[in-house]
Design a protein around this ligand. Structure first.
Ligand code: ATP
Ligand code: MG
Length: 236
């Protein structure tokens, strides 16, 4: 955490990222720098490469070429086991519709990544309860996903993405299944929680208004960055 090599540089950096499916380029050479505290909206038409970019940066997909550094350390050449460990410890994920475990309570869902990251049960549950309370879900810790509204379930998913204190949160259409007002509230909850925890956040969204409410926007078209954010966030 205090390695001087990266404390002033980006927390996550992608260089020349290329991802091909057959002859088609999902990513055609993307450079992106994410600094601590950044909140970046990723926008672009369907099929432009947004999910591919998140998955390549998070090490879910392997790029065909390019480099990824996390906190100054190259991570794209790591083996599957190490990358899976990074995903459990350094990254948090919020998906379009929760992907909560239906059989587990809100509190158990939220504690899960922290337990998987190797923290103790007591600490994981305590941290999970704190995040649930901060996200306005105090009193609903014992509910199962089926007993929550869509917006509440997404806030549980946000708490779950934060409890193990990740450096970067990846959110792919986290408000895609919500009405626009609940979507804006959920996005505000995500951004506020990320800010409090110090995590950077990358959010894919189709919602233009939501994207415009974010501090930075990166537009993708045909696997390439088409527009630079208003300030910071991208490599020179
Ligand atoms: N597993 C796959 N096999 C083959 N082609 C794929 C695969 N995943 C994605 N693609 C292709 O790569 C391109 C980028 O896809 P990607 O999922 O990154 O787009 P997206 O911007 O997230 O789109 P959407 O907004 O619809 O989610 C598309 O042309 C898609 O068809
Ligand atoms: Mg997508």
């Amino acid at each position: 955490m205090n390695d001087p090599q990266w404390t002033t540089g980006p927390v996550l950096s992608g260089r020349g990222l290329v991802k091909r499916y057959g002859g088609q380029y999902a990513l055609a050479g993307v450079d992106l720098d994410v600094r601590a505290g950044d909140a970046i909206a990723i926008v672009g038409p369907s099929g432009s490469g947004k999910t591919s970019l998140l998955h390549v940066l998070a090490g879910i997909l392997r790029a065909d070429s390019g480099e990824i550094h996390l906190a100054g350390r190259r991570i794209d050449q790591l083996g599957e086991k190490k990358r899976s460990e990074l995903r459990r410890t350094e990254f948090g994920f919020v998906f379009q519709s929760g992907m909560l475990v239906a059989e587990l309570t809100a509190e158990e869902n939220v504690a899960l990544p922290s337990l998987l990251a190797g923290r103790g049960r007591r600490e994981s549950v305590r941290a999970g309860r704190e995040w649930l309370a901060r996200l306005g879900l105090g009193g609903k810790e014992g509910r199962r996903p089926g007993e929550l509204s869509g917006g509440e379930a997404q806030r549980v998913a946000i708490a779950r993405a934060l409890t193990h204190r990740p450096k970067v949160i990846f959110a792919d259409e986290p408000t895609g299944a919500l009405d626009s007002r609940t979507g804006q509230e959920t996005m505000n909850a995500l951004l506020g929680a990320a800010r409090e925890s110090g995590a950077a956040v990358l959010v894919v969204t189709h919602d233009r208004e939501l994207a415009e409410s974010m501090p930075q926007t990166v537009a993708i078209r045909d696997g390439l960055i088409a527009a630079r954010p208003a300030h910071g966030g991208l490599a020179a």
